[in-house]
Design a protein. Structure first.
Length: 458
């Protein structure tokens, strides 16, 4: 019997997690990557968004650990921080300060380059995985009924090679050409959707005060999308090597600039100045990096009535999200889990693709239902049912500012550790309709000790 072969298009986080799943089901796995992969936590051109804030939610962290056991220990050994939620989270939501109840979930906080490198290093230790770098896919082999491989091209020599495969998985990301390749097979146009709040990012890295380098909360001031002005945010993440990564954002008309002299002032100008105050005396370690690639975009591959066998897509090829919600990496990891489960059950490609679509649904709804509310947002307006649901979620989040049981349910859903449908359970609906039973303090939840550790370094 001939050995089975799977090809993964894209060597980013989605791609290497996919490859780690496929070695359980195929004899050989080839990863096709257009960049030269760095031997360490170094930025690369194929992931320009890596310089900005990234959060690995506990639901995604557990998914990565299930695919690549030992990865979380490797991340923490390399300097990533385990942030308990909500105990180590200083966060002003649209509805008020999130209470710092005892830990309910957690977030892994580190640079995206460190996360990518550690996961890639863990994955590529498997001798069944080989990587073609400096190579990009140019077309699929096969027809509308079955894909049998992919044609790839060396980016320097432009030499083309046909890779025969029993399964091709597209994990090439935002720039995926899969819809065009399917059209070349004569398949209908892939249904798609976009919701763009017009968000722009600006990010800078600072040296954390020595007294706050080992342990410090994530500090996050969110926008309120119902305010009649641009939504502006500020987020401080403790990352490896005693540094703070600070990302500022603003929707149309309120975008942060990359002018270094205005960075702290913008951080102070959002709904609460706490992030700006924390970094006012901190030593900058990088320039200010900007980004406008923040639109939510989705390809509904699962809606095609005809889908070729031997082909799948996941990660950013299926859906990209406004990064402010921190869900993209976790959804990629959970999509890899869905792929594993589908292959183990012997499901066909179309059924597995539907399963990946189901993984995407909750995070997609959370991001787009919020983003469409910002002034000047571009996309399909919320339906009546959507507006009712969003009003319910607003009240639920407001209730979560004082009620621990509601906080837990919300954080379980937000960290992708439980289905978002749980927020509509009879118990949660009753608690939400009852609302918060006491008022919240307008003061930041940063403790006096945390403030002192920063102030003592000034």
């Amino acid at each position: 019997m001939a050995p089975t072969h799977a090809v993964v298009l894209g060597g980013g986080l989605s791609g290497v997690l996919t490859a780690s799943v496929l070695v359980r089901h195929f004899d050989e796995v080839t990863v096709v990557e257009r960049d030269k992969l760095p031997d360490g936590p170094t930025p690369r051109s194929g992931v320009p968004q890596a310089r900005h804030a990234h959060l690995l939610m506990s639901g995604g962290a557990r998914a990565i650990e299930s695919v690549l056991p030992g990865t979380l220990d490797a991340l923490f050994a390399a300097g990533a921080h385990r942030i308990g939620v909500p105990n180590d989270l200083v966060s002003l939501s649209a509805q008020g300060w999130v209470p710092r109840f005892p830990e309910m979930q957690f977030i892994v906080s580190c640079s995206r380059t460190l996360l990518d490198w550690v996961v890639r290093d863990q994955a590529l230790r498997h001798d069944k995985i080989s990587v073609l770098t400096g190579t990009e896919p140019v077309s699929l082999l096969g027809d509308r009924h079955a894909v049998s491989g992919v044609v790839v091209e060396d980016r320097i020599s432009h030499e083309r090679t046909s890779l025969e495969a029993d399964l091709v998985v597209d994990a090439t990301g935002r720039g995926s050409r899969l819809p065009a390749w399917l059209a070349e097979f004569g398949l209908p146009e892939v249904p798609s959707e976009s919701v763009d709040s017009g968000l722009a990012y600006a990010t800078r890295i600072f040296r954390a005060p020595s007294s706050a380098a080992a342990a410090f909360p994530i500090v996050n001031v969110q926008a309120n999308p119902r305010d009649p002005h641009p939504g502006c945010t500020a987020t401080l993440l403790p990352i490896e090597d005693g540094r703070w990564l600070v990302t500022l954002s603003g929707t149309r008309g309120g975008e942060p600039t990359t002018d270094e002299s205005e960075f702290v002032a913008f951080a102070r100008s959002v709904r609460n100045p706490v992030v700006g105050e924390l970094i006012a005396a901190a030593e900058p370690l990088s320039p200010v990096y900007g980004s406008h690639s923040t639109a939510n975009r989705r390809n509904y591959f699962e809606r095609l009535k005809s889908w070729p066998s031997g082909l799948l897509a996941l990660g950013d090829s299926v859906a990209t999200y406004n990064p402010v919600y921190g869900h993209g990496m976790s959804i990629a990891a959970q999509s890899a889990q869905a792929l594993d489960a589908g292959l183990a059950a012997g499901h066909g490609a179309r059924r597995i693709q539907r399963g990946i679509g189901n993984v995407v649904d909750g995070a997609w709804a959370m991001a787009t239902n919020q983003d469409i509310l910002y002034p000047g947002a571009v996309g399909k307006p919320l339906s009546l049912a959507g507006r009712v649901l969003q009003s319910y979620v607003d009240r639920l989040v407001r209730t979560a500012t004082t009620e621990a049981a509601v906080t837990r349910a919300f954080l379980d859903a937000f960290t992708l550790s439980a289905p978002m449908a749980n927020l509509l359970s009879p118990r949660m609906m009753w608690a939400t309709l009852r609302g918060p039973r006491r008022s919240t303090s307008p003061e930041t939840t940063l403790t006096a000790d945390e403030r002192e550790r920063v102030a003592s370094a000034e």
